[in-house]
Design a protein around this ligand. Structure first.
Ligand code: FES
Length: 156
């Protein structure tokens, strides 16, 4: 068993060696959209490794390629579904913001200000910035998301 730490929520979790970080996030009831179903080709399981990157399996070529087009990618970025835990004390930081899969996911928030950045599920770009009002016009513009996510699923 290995201990993982999650920031900024200050939580820890024991996982069997070689568990992927996505399973760990799900075990903590953290909502991960998994737009690609854990295939390493979307942005929705993007995390930052604050300590212990060398205690995870290395990035795969597919992961490198995907991280290359994710907005907000940094040297400490990993895709949780591709990184398996090998050693003790890995510190995982969850990115700020909320991913959406479909514009309809925001319907209940119409007219309200976004409580966090609302992020594109494939490239992590900010679709609606924190504090901005979620308008019907913006929701209409985001309808293309449904098609993009569907195409991603079909391609993987
Ligand atoms: S769930 Fe899509 S890359 Fe991990």
């Amino acid at each position: 068993m290995k201990t993982l730490h999650f920031e900024p929520i200050h939580e820890t979790l024991q996982v069997p060696t070689r568990t992927d970080l996505l399973q760990a996030l799900l075990a903590k009831d953290l909502k991960v959209l998994m737009a690609c179903g854990g295939k390493g080709v979307c942005a929705t399981c993007h995390v930052h490794i604050k300590q212990g990157a060398d205690r995870l399996t290395p990035r795969t070529p597919r992961e490198e390629r995907t991280l290359g087009y994710i907005t907000g990618c940094a040297p400490d970025s990993r895709l949780a579904c591709q990184a398996r835990v090998l050693g003790e004390g890995v510190v995982v930081e969850l990115p700020e913001g909320m991913y959406i899969e479909r514009a309809e996911d925001l319907m209940s928030l119409l007219g309200q200000r976004a409580q966090a950045n609302i992020l594109h599920p494939i490239n992590g770009a900010v679709l609606i910035a924190k504090g901005k009002i979620i308008t019907r016009t913006r929701l209409e513009e985001l309808k293309a998301l449904n098609v993009e996510v569907q195409q991603l699923r079909e391609a993987t």
